[in-house]
Structure formats: structure tokens, C-alpha cells
Ligand binder design. Structure first.
Ligand code: HEC
Ligand code: CU
Length: 340
């Protein structure tokens, strides 16, 4: 399967070099969706098999039609007598052809319904439920309830080998949640909660993408699923639950003040006064691998670059360019570097 993918999609390799703001091929939407040709989990297996079966059947139909068309053209040229066309005994052929088509289409329908039923619910009760809310153009991820609740962005961590239920919401327009290697696509619709379960059979990072055109930065609306051994997952979970610690240096304290004045209307940092809800929770922003829904790799330089030039990096994003003096940028950077 992998070979097929590489044969058909060599373009993904070269596209990776073209990304301007990062050296990481997984960022900037360069590689990921070639992976739709393989499955790494129980929810994606039936969909993958269905995809290949339908591709095979459709290819076969194309070939048969092409051959028959060629034969018809060849035959027509030999038969110059116009009456020969009328007297041709094509009726039984049409009859048999129709029956075969009907049976084939009916069979495909049954198969598709079976696959739908198979992926509707996980084989056993989900070990974990997370809520994913799609925004223009990023993903909010909510874990747990009550005081144990926390929010992160564009990253979904799951324990490996168990089914995880994802409740899907939208804050604005219709988006769609898709992790090609782990599941089929499911729309997120304002006012509705959709469900999709995913399961990763092995540890790894699985790229996801919004797959319903939702506006100008639809293509930069990616996320990553981190499938981890239970112990690693538990460690991550505990770290995410903690509030941000108070800044230790004077510089970072100035940074926090600046954040409260300039950024808190949109962003939350738990443990500080910042409680904005229209943008990613930044309490543990440093723990994330990518920024801005998979657009750039999260390095200190890229982070400050993003804050000051978001509109250049992701034109049209709902984060404005923040103009900062060098001193302000230094303070903010010192503060953000505490958000591990
Ligand atoms: C008007 C609301 C608004 C303001 C003000 C704002 N942001 Fe944002 N910010 C956003 C939105 C929306 C996103 C998500 C952008 C996207 O991915 O398309 C974002 C994304 C980010 C991210 C990337 C987070 C991630 O995990 O991908 C960082 C870091 C960030 N903002 C920092 C800041 C800082 C620092 C300030 C203040 C100097 C600030 N923002 C001010 C709305 C805002
Ligand atoms: Cu979208």
C-alpha cells in the first residue's frame, strides 16, 4: 500500500521543500493527506477497504466500456449495409448487461451500508471522550469535566489501542473532521453534536485536516493526533491539567501584563487573568509541536514571528498582527517561554 502511495504521490515529497516558514515537512500542510491510502486503526480499516473495492469496480467498468466502445467502432466500419444495424441481435446483450449492472450496484449498496454500520460505533465502549470544536480556522479540544477540565488546541492526545469517542461541534460554519489513517470524515455542524470514534493501533502522530471548505484558510486548518502508550498519555494529561505557573523573572512579569492588556480579550491562560474564549488556550502553548493549526513548527522564533505577522503567515486568520516594540516583544517572549 505504501508503495502505491509513493508511486502516485511523489509530488508530496517536493512540496515539502517549498514551505517558507518551516523546515518540517509535516508542518504547512505539505505532506499529510497522501496517508489516506493506508489505515492505522479499526475505524479506518473498513473505509479503506471500501475505497479500494469501489476504485477497482469503477476501473473495471471503465475498461469494459472502453473495450466495448472500441469494438463497436471497429464493427461499424465493416458493416456498410445500414439494415445490418437494425437487424443486429443486441437485445439479449442489453438485457444481460442491465441485469449485471443492477446486481453489481445493489451489491455495492449493501456493502456500503454494511461499512456504515461497522464504523458507526466502536467494538467496545470508548475509553475516553473528547470534545472537538471547529473554529475558523483552528480546532479547540476539550478534555474532562468540572474542575478536571482543560482545553488545548490543534492537538488530540489519545491512549493507543483503545477506542476514543470524539464529539464534534462547530463554533461558526460547517467544517469536517478527518484523520485519514484513523477514520472517515465527519462534518462539524453549528448547533449539532456529531460523533466519530477513532482508534490508533500503534503509537504515532497522525495528521488530521478540515475537509469541508470553510473559508480562506481552510487549507491551513490541520491538527495532529498523538497516540501514546497509556503511561505517556497520563503524564501529558496531568501536565495539561496544571495551571500556568507564575512568572519568576521581572521581564516575564512585564510580559504577563502585556498579555493581559493586548491578548486576553481572545486568549485564555489558566492561572492568569486572561480568559478570552475565541482563540486557542495558551496555558501550555509551548507543549505543542505546531502553531496556528499546523501552519508552522512551534519554535521560539516562529512563535514571535506568528504573533507579529500572523496575517502574513496565514492571511485572513482571525488573529490580528500585533505590533510590538523590541522591548515588548522581549518581555512577551520571556513570559510565553514559561508556558510549558
Ligand atoms: C482578536 C483576537 C486575538 C488577539 C487580540 C490575539 N490573538 Fe492570538 N490568536 C487568535 C486566533 C483566532 C488564533 C487562531 C489562529 C489560527 O490558527 O488561525 C490565535 C492564535 C494564536 C497563537 C497560536 C496558538 C496555537 O496553538 O496555534 C498564539 C501563540 C497567539 N495567538 C498569541 C497571541 C498573543 C501573544 C497575543 C497578544 C500579543 C494575541 N495572540 C492576540 C486571536 C487573537
Ligand atoms: Cu474548516
Amino acid at each position: 500500500m505504501l508503495l502505491v502511495q509513493e508511486a502516485f504521490f511523489p509530488i508530496y515529497a517536493s512540496a515539502a521543500d517549498a514551505t517558507q516558514h518551516s523546515a518540517d515537512p509535516v508542518a504547512s500542510g505539505s505532506t499529510p493527506l497522501a496517508y489516506f491510502l493506508r489505515s492505522k486503526g479499526a475505524a479506518a480499516d473498513p473505509v479503506l477497504h471500501l475505497g479500494w473495492t469501489l476504485t477497482a469496480i469503477c476501473s473495471l467498468v471503465c475498461i469494459i466500456i472502453a473495450v466495448m466502445l472500441a469494438m463497436a467502432m471497429f464493427r461499424r466500419r465493416r458493416q456498410e449495409d445500414p439494415h445490418a444495424l437494425r437487424s443486429g441481435g443486441g437485445l439479449s446483450f442489453v438485457f444481460v448487461g442491465s441485469i449485471v449492472s443492477i446486481v453489481a450496484l445493489f451489491g455495492i449498496t449493501i456493502y456500503m451500508l454494511t461499512v456504515l454500520a461497522e464504523v458507526a460505533d466502536p467494538p467496545k465502549a470508548p475509553a475516553l471522550t473528547v470534545t472537538v470544536t471547529a473554529y475558523d480556522w483552528w480546532w479547540k479540544v476539550d478534555y474532562g469535566e468540572g474542575p478536571r477540565h482543560f482545553t488545548t488546541a490543534n492537538e488530540l492526545h489519545i491512549p493507543v489501542g483503545v477506542p476514543v469517542l470524539v464529539l464534534l461541534k462547530s463554533a461558526d460554519v460547517i467544517h469536517a473532521f478527518w484523520v485519514p489513517e484513523l477514520s472517515g470524515k465527519t462534518q462539524t455542524i453549528p448547533g449539532t453534536v456529531n460523533r466519530q470514534w477513532i482508534q490508533a493501533d500503534q503509537p504515532g502522530i497522525f495528521r488530521g485536516q478540515c475537509t469541508q471548505y470553510c473559508g480562506v484558510q481552510h487549507a491551513h486548518m490541520a491538527f495532529e493526533v498523538y497516540a501514546q502508550p497509556q503511561a505517556d498519555y497520563d503524564r501529558w494529561y496531568a501536565a495539561q491539567q496544571a495551571d500556568a505557573s507564575a512568572p519568576a523573572s521581572v521581564q516575564a512579569m512585564h510580559g504577563r501584563k502585556l498579555f493581559a492588556e493586548r491578548c486576553a480579550g481572545c486568549h485564555t491562560i489558566r492561572g492568569s487573568q486572561a480568559t478570552g474564549v475565541q482563540a486557542p488556550d495558551l496555558t501550555h502553548v509551548l507543549s505543542r509541536r505546531l502553531l496556528a493549526a499546523g501552519t508552522v513548527v512551534n519554535t521560539p522564533d516562529n512563535l514571535m514571528d506568528w504573533i507579529q505577522h500572523a496575517q502574513e503567515i496565514k492571511p485572513g486568520t482571525l488573529m490580528p498582527d500585533m505590533s510590538l516594540s523590541p522591548v515588548e516583544a522581549g518581555n512577551l517572549s520571556a513570559y510565553l517561554s514559561t508556558l510549558e
